[in-house]
Design a protein around this ligand. Structure first.
Ligand code: FES
Length: 339
């Protein structure tokens, strides 16, 4: 059973199932509703019930002290619909309105994804969540004040843990720490979210993602969010790495393509190993895109990877009709920072 929720003053409308909260439903369908803890304590997700009825499964006593229930205010992260609803909610319109937080976090889980990529899951303190747009990044703040940046690889609808893909950089202080001495339950400090690498929704143009190495991470977050929102824009994902072992989430990308006809996945190896028996595309990833797509006039392009890949992609695609305002990128330098 589902109900309709109308938001004022934006006139946005979304569906809510009877087993999901109003906040979960709104985020799942791509609406930027402000929130903090997602557990009924901070009051940041408040909205005003204008018409219809809602219920709490567990009465969020602490959060209710922070809102004015007598005036019809409710906590969207705890409220379920019992009818069609009209709510007044202040939606976030600009990325700058998303709160940048400095917070401690704990390593909840670590696992190797390949010979040189580690997946790390971070857990914020109880009653805290980080609101972000898929594709943005966070900084680790090291004890001496230095920072290391990493893209968020999960979609914001699933923000119980923050997911990062960390590639080991030879001689890199922080990434060596990750591979050699960091453990689950370690406490770190982060700040975020930051960055302009998120999906623009103003057009319906097909999207080309050009990912180099762990530049796959933010692309993963964006594609997972697009799938959650049931976005139908065609997506062409080109993922360039050296050898097959570097396609550390190949099965996942292939699964997206198998399950969603609008998603196309093209892995590209620049230096396949003999044992790879590789029959797929080879070479530099941007050159493979150029072979497949002769004219970029009607595309939006998102590139994430090392600076040399970004520059080559930008220059060559703009020479083939790509509008510079439709090129978005996140460039990382392994030696100093990685995001
Ligand atoms: S997000 Fe904190 S009370 Fe709802």
């Amino acid at each position: 059973m589902s109900y309709k929720v109308l938001i004022t003053p934006s006139h946005h409308e979304f569906d809510v199932e009877n087993n999901e909260t109003l906040l979960d439903a709104g985020l799942r369908q791509g609406y930027m509703i402000p929130y903090g803890c997602r557990s009924g304590k901070c009051g940041m997700c408040k909205g005003k019930l204008v018409a219809g009825s809602t219920r709490y499964e567990k009465v969020p006593t602490i959060g209710l002290n922070k809102i004015d229930s007598d005036q019809g205010e409710i906590l969207l992260c705890q409220a379920y619909a019992e009818s069609n609803l009209t709510l007044t909610v202040r939606e976030i319109e600009r990325k700058e309105e998303v709160e940048v937080k400095k917070t401690p976090c704990r390593i909840a889980k670590m696992q190797r994804l390949s010979h040189d990529v580690m997946e790390i899951f971070l857990k914020l303190p109880d009653n805290e969540r980080l609101q972000f747009k898929a594709g943005q990044y966070i900084d680790f703040i090291l004890p001496d004040g230095r920072r290391r940046s990493f893209s968020l690889a999960n979609a914001p609808t699933h923000d119980e843990l923050l997911e990062l893909h960390v590639r080991k950089v030879e001689g890199g202080f922080f990434t060596t720490t990750v591979f050699e001495t960091m453990h689950e339950k370690d406490i770190l400090r982060i700040e975020g979210p930051f960055g302009q690498f998120y999906l623009r929704q103003e057009t319906q143009l097909p999207i080309i993602f050009v990912a180099g190495g762990t530049g796959f991470a933010p692309v993963k977050g964006i594609i997972e969010q697009a799938i959650t929102e049931k976005m139908q824009r065609p997506i062409h994902l080109y993922w360039g790495v050296r050898a097959k072992r570097d396609l550390y989430m190949h099965d996942l990308a292939q699964q997206w393509a198998d399950q969603h006809p609008q998603i196309h996945y093209i892995p590209v190896l620049s230096a396949p190993l003999p044992e790879d028996n590789w029959q797929g595309k080879t070479g530099f990833v941007h050159e493979v895109v150029l072979q497949d797509i002769p004219d970029f006039t009607h595309y939006e392009v998102y590139a994430c990877g090392p600076p040399v890949m970004i520059t080559a992609t930008q220059n060559s695609f703009m020479g083939k009709g790509l509008d510079k305002d439709r090129f978005f990128y996140d460039s990382f330098e392994f030696a100093t920072a990685q995001h």
